[in-house]
Design a protein around this ligand. Structure first.
Ligand code: NAD
Length: 294
């Protein structure tokens, strides 16, 4: 079998252009343009690139973006003050604090201080709590899992009663992913570093979400034929043929899994572009919600 490639780049482009249309309509009808504020603490290269890409995506969708770049030695109280200032700013609809934060700052305190109505990353404990509860909906869904769900939707994957296996249980990917799949009526198994026999679970999975951070950990022989495989992982693999000496690969061994899977996301070009597209979507949703309340 040769799997269908799930083209995250193309689907993300579609999401971003839908948002751009809605933003243009909002501008025309309400004379209002949504705004996203990003907070970048320190100069971590990967974080700086992620934030830059987020601003670019906002710009393309017609969303205003405001960047706050803050030295790594900022105190927790001073960072809290910045978050509160952005909470009070009526031109800011979404606040994104780029993770990871420096070790001396408790991210639970910072993320918990973001106004719920502006929590476009969806990491506020109340948003996560609502995601976990039956009959409740969060105001925002964390961007990466939201993007994975959109990929499954675009591929017409029937989650009703499907066996879904999520590899990883982090607060930002694995945990919310499992809750979203469960809300969509899948039977969900979450595997993690202490799982005894991951392959036993994988073998019966109709849908696999890999979010572990281990290079090409999942191989084709672990999969049920026809499974839909969403690879969230972004890992560096040595590659002397590349100028920078490495290339990006996922948690899934693409070549062997593509032989067995029914559909699969590539890395890069799968989940990565969706994460940014869903952030832009969440910022639009924040502005729509605000306008509907006024
Ligand atoms: P994390 O380190 O916070 O969590 C990793 C999880 O994997 C943990 O829950 C751990 O229990 C589990 N794990 C570790 N070893 C395991 C094993 N042998 N078997 C099964 N589970 C195991 O990582 P994260 O923040 O959730 O990110 C996971 C990966 O996804 C990373 O490669 C990260 O770069 C990537 N990521 C990509 C995007 C994107 O937009 N594409 C967004 C976020 C994270």
């Amino acid at each position: 079998m040769s799997a269908k490639v799930i083209d995250g780049k193309a689907i993300a482009k579609k999401v971003r252009s839908e948002v751009a249309v809605a933003v243009a309509k909002m501008k025309e009808e309400h004379d209002y343009v949504p705004g996203l504020a990003t907070v970048l603490v320190g100069d971590n290269t990967a974080s700086t690139t992620y934030v830059r890409n987020k601003h670019k995506a906002c710009q393309e969708a017609g969303i205003r973006s405001i960047g706050r770049e803050i030295p790594a030695d900022i105190s927790q109280d001073d960072l809290l003050a910045i978050v509160r200032e952005l909470n009070d700013d009526p031109t800011v609809d979404g606040i994104l604090v780029q993770l990871p934060l420096p070790k001396h700052i408790d991210d639970e305190v910072i993320l918990g201080a973001i106004d719920l109505a502006k929590d476009v990353d969806g990491f506020h404990p109340l948003n996560i709590g609502r995601l976990a509860m039956k009959g409740r909906d969060p105001q925002f869904i964390p961007c990466t899992p939201y993007g994975c769900m959109r990929l499954l939707k675009e591929m017409d994957v029937d989650l009703n009663g499907a066996e879904a296996v999520v590899l990883g249980r982090s607060n930002i990917v694995g945990l919310p992913m499992g809750m979203l799949l469960q809300k969509a009526n899948a039977t969900v198994t979450i595997c993690h570093s202490r799982t005894k026999d991951m392959v036993e679970h994988l073998k019966r999975a109709d849908v696999v979400i890999a979010a572990v951070g281990i290079t090409e950990m999942v191989t084709g022989d672990m999969l049920k034929p026809g499974a839909v495989v969403i690879d969230v992982g972004i890992n560096r693999k040595d590659d002397p043929s590349k100028k920078r000496g490495y290339r990006l690969v996922g948690d899934v061994d693409y070549d062997s899994c593509a032989e067995v899977a029914g559909a699969i996301t590539p890395v890069p070009g799968g989940v990565g572009p969706m994460t940014i597209a869903m952030l832009v979507q969440n910022t639009l949703e924040a502005a729509e919600h605000k306008l509907s309340q006024s």
